[in-house]
Write a protein that binds this ligand. Structure first.
Ligand code: UDX
Ligand code: UDX
Length: 464
């Protein structure tokens, strides 16, 4: 089975970069990325590739090379579905905010809408690929909808979870540790569909890194991978608090344990807490699935990873208030960084949102600077918590375009995202323009304690 036309529904952080790389590596395949959000599609088609809606190192070059050659962005979802041999579903699957499973289960509303649309439009056989992270056994539901509402055409459902991390998405896509493809491998048609997707990735990924499994293993592996990664961050963050109380340094501990090859060095960086669209959502999902199967101990075990992360964010903010003589009321506090990690403009579940909210409850005045996040996004993030009125958020929080303006006249600075440029700042100058004593709270272990103390700062770093 040779694939000539691909359609991807959802032009977000996952769909956009993934399809751009497939288009680059497979010039003979036409790839159309569709989205119901017209503004987003317009931005993807922006003449200036630097203005595409997602910031990701290396992405604009790939888009420049492929756009209008064999990569297209469109709002005509029906047409793209109709023409495609293979359809990737890459729409968002947020945590439910209502009804059964509220705050835990994944909301599959958009996935179901996609399935119904595919069923309505398709006139020939299709391979449907789940790219979005989904609860185990979603493929079954998808197949059920497609088979029962379709025009009698046949569908193969594959699970091909995304392991790209934001900020390194292009590199992760070009050189993946592995690509996982789950399908109905017990049937000939299922095997053929899996092979069709394997052939696409084999354009640039060595065959031994292309893993094929049944659909359920693939779906569950994705949740497991994210749960394990998040668990490592919560584990090291738990140690950071212990380090602060005992005089140990979490960086030394992380290095010492990480050099044990059985443990490994990656994902042991203590921080103000993990964020991003996936970790929390996927673990909540795992917790929900476990609970619904009556596996309460399994659910409690994984829920603790989230509870530890919430504690870390709260503890960081509480420590700021305590250190600032138990009050931040009316004090100007500069937050450096709003994105959930460096090299992305994504702010979903960013620790900065929760730290800011805590400080605002203590009546602080906040000034934010982030190199890539826009003012409207910062206000939207705070408004979405519904802790106070939109008007109050705008009067208590200001957003500025450089770090010096943010820190000038402030009582304290908190580093919340590990942007490289924060290391290069003229901290002597910043010190000069701050109120004294001048406090810096490093939530990312980005700055050197000794240097900061020599300048004169009262310096606090997580885990030391
Ligand atoms: C999404 C999911 O959040 C994640 O679980 C999964 O692993 C990959 O897909 P992401 O690409 O980061 O991640 O989401 P987002 O940037 O929100 O993009 C989703 C896009 O789908 C949005 O642009 C939205 O407009 C679009 N969409 C949503 C549709 O086109 N149709 C719909 O019915 C719903
Ligand atoms: C994650 C997974 O890594 C990726 O495979 C999956 O497909 C999507 O979810 P992403 O959320 O983009 O990717 O970023 P990631 O690099 O995993 O970081 C997640 C959060 O953990 C960030 O807030 C980051 O700052 C934090 N983190 C990560 C730490 O605090 N310490 C670490 O050592 C690593």
């Amino acid at each position: 089975m040779r694939i000539k036309n691909i359609c991807c529904i959802g032009a977000g952080y996952v769909g956009g970069p993934t399809m751009a790389v497939i288009a680059q590596k497979c010039p003979e395949i036409n790839v159309t990325v569709v989205d119901i959000n017209e503004e987003r599609i317009e931005a993807w088609n922006n003449e200036d590739v630097e203005n595409i809606p997602i910031y990701e190192p290396g992405l604009s070059d790939v888009v420049k090379e492929t756009r209008d050659r064999n990569l297209f962005f469109s709002t005509d979802v029906d047409a793209a579905i109709n023409e495609a041999d293979m359809i990737f579903i890459s729409v968002n699957t947020p945590t439910k905010t209502y009804g059964i499973g509220k705050g835990m289960a994944a909301d599959l509303k958009f996935i179901e809408l996609c399935a119904r649309q595919i069923a309505r439009v398709s006139k020939n056989d299709k391979i449907v690929v789940e790219k979005s992270t989904l609860p185990v056994r979603t493929a079954e539901a998808l197949k059920n909808i497609l088979d029962n509402t379709g025009n009698g055409v046949s569908y193969q459902i594959l699970s091909n979870p995304e392991f790209l991390a934001e900020g390194t998405a292009i590199d992760d896509l070009m050189n993946p540790d592995r690509v996982l493809i789950g399908g109905d491998i017990d049937t000939i048609e299922g095997k053929e569909a899996v092979e069709a997707l394997v052939d696409i990735y084999a354009h640039w990924v060595p065959r031994e890194r292309l893993l094929t499994t049944n659909v359920w293993s693939s779906e569950l592996s994705k949740l497991t991978a994210n749960a394990f990664l998040a668990q490592r961050v919560s584990s090291i963050n738990a140690m950071s608090e212990l380090c602060e109380k005992t005089g140990a340094d979490v960086n030394d501990v992380a290095k010492a344990v990480g050099m044990d090859t059985r443990i490994g060095v990656k994902f042991l960086k203590s921080s103000v807490g993990f964020g991003g669209s996936c970790f929390q959502k996927d673990i909540l999902n795992l917790v929900y699935i476990s609970k619904s199967l009556g596996l309460n101990e399994v659910a409690d075990y994984w829920e603790q990873v989230i509870l530890m992360n919430d504690h870390q964010k709260r503890r960081f903010a509480a420590n700021m208030v305590k250190t600032l003589f138990n009050t931040v009321s009316g004090k100007k506090i500069a937050l450096l960084g709003w994105a959930f990690k460096k090299d992305t403009n994504d702010t979903r579940e960013s620790a900065a949102i929760y730290v800011a909210d805590y400080l605002l409850n203590e009546q602080a005045e906040i000034v934010v600077y982030d190199p890539k996040v826009k003012m409207e996004q910062i206000y939207a993030d705070l408004d979405s918590l519904e802790t106070r009125s939109e008007q109050e958020n705008r009067s208590l929080v200001s957003v500025v375009n450089d770090a010096y303006e943010a820190t000038k006249g402030s009582h304290a600075v908190a580093v919340l995202t590990e942007w490289d440029e924060f290391k290069q700042l003229d901290w002597k100058n910043i010190y000069k323009d701050m109120l004294k004593p001048a406090f810096v709270f490093d939530g990312r272990r980005l700055l050197v304690k000794q240097t900061m103390e020599e300048i004169g700062f009262e310096f606090y770093a997580i885990g030391s």
